[in-house]
Ligand binder design. Structure first.
Ligand code: ZN
Ligand code: ZN
Ligand code: ZN
Length: 140
C-alpha cells in the first residue's frame, strides 16, 4: 500500500478512504477484470455512503496514476485491472466471460517492426476471444 500511496502522491493525488476501498476490491478479487459496476457493487457493500459516480471518478484517478489499467473489450464495456507491472494478454471466454491471463507474450518479436516500418514499438494490446476449458468441454 505504501508504494501505491507514493504513486498517487507523485501524480498529485491523495490516498483516500474510498480509493483504499476500491483498491482492496481488486486485491481481494478472484476475477482478473472488473467493470465499474462490479467494483461499485463490492465497494458499496462495505462503504454505505458511496455512489456510483464517486467510484467511477476514483477508478479514473487510479487509472491516471497508473495503479489500475483500463481495458476496452469488444463488447464495448470498460474493464479495470490492477496494474501489477507484468506484461500479459487476456484470453476472454465468449461463453462465461471469464478472463485468463497469458503466461507469455505471443507478440514478443516486435523488433522486426522496427526494421520493416522504421517504427519504435513501446506498447501493444491484444485480447484473444474464444472458449475456456470448462465451456469448451461442455460443448462436447
Ligand atoms: Zn468459459
Ligand atoms: Zn490483465
Ligand atoms: Zn504482448
Amino acid at each position: 500500500m505504501e508504494i501505491l500511496e507514493h504513486q498517487l502522491k507523485s501524480k498529485g493525488y491523495k490516498i483516500t478512504k474510498h480509493r483504499m476501498a476500491i483498491l482492496n476490491v481488486f486485491i481481494g478479487s478472484d476475477e482478473h477484470l472488473l467493470t465499474a459496476a462490479e467494483v461499485y457493487n463490492r465497494v458499496s457493500s462495505k462503504e454505505n455512503n458511496i455512489n456510483f459516480s464517486t467510484v467511477y471518478r476514483n477508478l479514473e484517478v487510479l487509472t491516471d496514476a497508473n495503479i489500475i489499467k483500463r481495458l476496452n473489450l469488444d463488447n464495448g464495456i470498460n474493464y479495470y485491472e490492477l496494474n501489477q507491472g507484468v506484461h500479459h494478454h487476456h484470453l476472454i471466454c465468449l461463453e462465461c466471460g471469464n478472463a485468463e491471463t497469458t503466461k507469455y507474450c505471443p507478440l514478443a518479436d516486435l523488433k522486426a517492426l522496427a526494421q520493416h516500418n522504421d517504427f519504435l514499438p513501446i506498447d501493444h494490446k491484444l485480447e484473444i476471444y474464444g472458449y475456456c476449458k470448462n465451456c469448451n468441454n461442455s460443448k462436447g
